[in-house]
Design a protein around this ligand. Structure first.
Ligand code: ADP
Ligand code: MG
Length: 693
């Protein structure tokens, strides 16, 4: 007797050879195996009699073998098995298989088989090439139905998996259902055992949909449960409340050289209202590149600084921290705030005091606003009364680091005030609403979906290799007009810093030869921060005309005079990321251009890049990215632990909302899940496998 807990290696019909492969796939128990889900289905459910009307369509036919023939083509070391059959109307059919001589033995004359595939016609014969088949006496498994296709690896075929799955499904009835029965019924979902049956061997496409929905819901439900728990823990803390000082805010906004957009107004209102509470804020400011998040951060900090409490602003890189430092010094130049820059490579602050002294000044509260990298909320930095932490370009911090950032913020109760600071995180790139709710459910959301009016549209063009010279000439004419150029060399994997450095260095050399009359700069992850700073400074004051940079240092840099960004191997990137690069230009008054270089032949890739030519709307592009490449792309590193089905359903706002509502419902009545032990268990397991905010 086997149960879901039975080990695959103890099952006689699974030989050691297979055990080894299954191990590699992370499948150890029958339960693991049951949850190895198909990634698509072959629809062989249409069973027909042979006739011309079915030519070119995928169908299943039942037929009797009348003759078999094996042809060997010695020259090409090939065999062709030809099987002649007749359907129930004696209509002749020929099926052929290449290099599967053993088929001759299985399909002896007189055998009745079911065959599935695309029907064609060759003279008097209907023909099938390499169809799926099984004996008609057998239960429909590989033909005559919606047939599951599994992610295959070497040595293991979908056919083999189907065969095993059929028997293992018997054990599914012993699996625990953590979704409460009444809820399951209310939502018209399957229980786990039926859901597994229908997802592996769907009776029809309607039932398959319900099964998929069931699986998606299970995960979304756990995700929401988890983030609500995190939210509850966060909200059980206390924070200092700051009254919305309208006069102060008004004076500040009136002094700005521009009008706030409506979206900016709304977001700052939400934040300032939130800061009035005695519960710590935990809010995500979700906005596109250039939508004006910095000024919102400043507005959030203003009132707090004015009351002599401290604020920390975290940027993902030193270059960005430096830039923020400069912006905030300017933004607050008419206020009496002490602002400091603190990074791990800190030597002397711009005011020429030692790190030691600076840390002391932060501890005594003499410094009001500390701007820096992640280093600033680590152990050796003590604050006097830190009341707000702003994390900029949040997704650049990486998934693992992000969840600890929140934890660390919560532990910052080391000053005079025994409260948790308010927390504002800002995205580097807009996150589609559904994704934000699904993954960042523990956060409140403010959305900047409107760009400042003065923005010029950036002209975006896909550039094929033959047009390279033309673009270089265009670069020359722009530089002659005193403009500047970014050249970005993207690489997908962050770990490959060395390759990236090498590629960037080579590109730098090449371009230096092409543009001997200009000064070029090179930025990459292996440069010391002093060196980076020097390059940035030289780019900033126009000593450098062309800046070659890796993606490591792509974030947030503000050079209004740069009007061209040229991205090599653009097809390797997600739309959102490219859009993010593109946001480096178009920050000044001049018309700007984004050139996407690619040598790909793939129609799909080009089609995908076209979206960038057509749209400047970050939310629209990230939504497209979500549909085309899944959320892993958008959230930085791949989110481990989330199944493909749940991922696919992340577009299903209704389902996510129901999951959230129902999770909330249960937690309200049973906060510690005492009456839901199965759910509690599933949740603990889920939390170990997944990274959420
Ligand atoms: P991001 O959201 O990418 O961080 P920033 O805060 O850096 O964007 O803003 C980009 C630029 O737009 C800055 O130069 C900023 O001063 C300017 N800006 C911000 N808000 C407005 C506005 N409402 N109108 C005009 N310009 C604005
Ligand atoms: Mg920014």
């Amino acid at each position: 007797m086997f149960t879901p807990k039975s080990l695959l290696k103890n099952i006689p019909k699974i030989t050691p050879k297979y055990v080894k492969i299954l191990d590699k796939l992370g499948l150890f128990t029958i339960q693991d195996f049951l949850f190895y889900l198909p990634f698509r289905y072959d629809d062989f459910s249409k069973t027909v009699s042979l006739s011309d009307e079915h030519i070119d369509s995928i169908m299943t036919v039942c037929a009797k073998v009348t003759k078999v023939k094996l042809n060997r083509i010695f020259k090409r070391r090939m065999t062709i098995a030809e099987i002649f059959l007749e359907d129930e109307n004696q209509t002749p059919l020929k099926a052929i298989w290449f290099n599967q001589p053993f088929i001759i033995e299985s399909l002896s004359v007189g055998t009745i088989v079911r065959l599935s595939g695309k029907l064609s016609r060759e003279g008097k014969y209907f023909t099938l090439t390499a169809p799926a088949w099984e004996k008609a006496a057998r239960e429909e498994t590989n033909t005559g139905r919606l047939v599951p296709v599994y992610p295959e690896t070497a040595g293991i075929s979908s056919k083999w998996i189907r065969w095993q799955m059929k028997t293992f499904l018997e054990t599914a009835k012993y699996l625990e259902n953590f979704v409460p029965e009444d809820l399951r019924k209310k939502l018209h979902l399957y229980n786990l055992s039926s859901a597994l049956r229908q997802i592996h061997f769907p009776e029809n496409s309607e039932k398959l949909l319900i099964a998929q929905k069931t699986f998606a819901f299970r995960e979304m439900f756990l995700m929401q449960m988890k983030s609500l728990q995190v939210k509850n823990i966060w909200e059980a803390q206390s924070a200092i409340s700051f009254d919305f000082d309208e006069k102060l805010v008004k004076k500040f906004t009136e002094s700005l050289p521009f009008e706030l957009t409506n979206a900016q107004r709304k977001a700052s209102f939400e934040i300032l209202k939130n800061l009035e509470k005695t519960r710590p804020m935990n809010r995500l400011l979700n906005g596109d590149v250039g939508s004006g998040k910095t000024i919102i951060a400043a507005l959030s900090a203003l009132n707090i600084l004015n009351k002599k409490y401290q604020v920390a602003i975290l940027a993902p890189t030193e270059v960005l921290a430096k830039q923020h430092f400069e912006s905030f010094c300017k933004i607050f130049e008419n206020y009496n705030f002490n602002i400091a820059l603190l990074t791990s490579s800190y030597k002397l602050s711009p005011t020429k005091i030692t790190r030691q002294k600076l840390l002391e000044n932060i501890k005594t509260g003499e410094i009001n606003l500390v701007i820096g990298t992640h280093a600033i909320i680590q152990k050796d930095v003590k604050f006097k009364n830190l009341a707000l932490v702003v994390i900029d370009e949040q997704h650049r911090f990486g998934v693992a680091q992000r969840s600890t950032l929140q934890q660390e913020t919560m532990e910052l109760k080391d000053g005079e005030i025994k409260t948790v600071p308010h927390l504002l995180t800002m995205t580097a790139t807009p996150i589609p609403r559904t994704l934000a709710i699904a993954f960042f459910g523990s956060l409140d959301l403010s959305i900047l979906d409107e760009m400042p009016k003065n923005r010029k549209l950036i002209i975006t063009k896909i550039i094929l290799p033959t047009q390279r010279t033309q673009i270089y000439n265009f670069m020359r004419s722009e530089i002659t007009a005193d403009r500047q150029v970014f050249v970005i060399l993207p690489f997908v994997e962050e770990s490959k810093v060395l390759t990236e450095v090498k590629a960037a260095t080579e590109e730098y050399k090449q371009l230096s030869a092409i543009f001997p009359e200009y000064n070029l700069g090179l930025l990459h992850g292996r440069l010391k921060s002093k060196e980076k700073e020097k390059v940035m400074q030289e780019f900033g004051n126009k000593k450098i005309q062309i800046l070659v940079s890796t993606s490591v240092v792509e974030v947030g840099i503000d050079i209004p005079n740069a009007t061209i960004i040229l991205i090599e191997n653009a097809e390797r990137f997600g739309l959102s990321q490219l859009h993010q690069f593109r946001g480096r230009v178009g920050r000044g008054v001049h018309q700007s251009y984004c050139f996407l270089f690619t040598n790909t032949d793939s129609k799909n890739s080009i089609e995908r890049l076209r979206a960038l030519e057509k749209s400047n709307d970050g939310f629209e592009l990230s939504q497209k990215d979500l549909e085309l490449r899944g959320p892993g792309q958008l959230l930085g590193k791949a989110q481990s632990g989330i199944s493909d089905i749940a991922m696919e359903n992340l577009n299903n706002l209704k389902l996510i909302k129901i999951a959230r509502l129902e999770a909330q419902n249960i937690l309200t009545h049973d906060p510690n899940l005492k009456n839901h032990p199965l759910l509690n268990k599933a949740l603990l397991q889920f939390s170990q496998n997944i990274h959420l905010e």
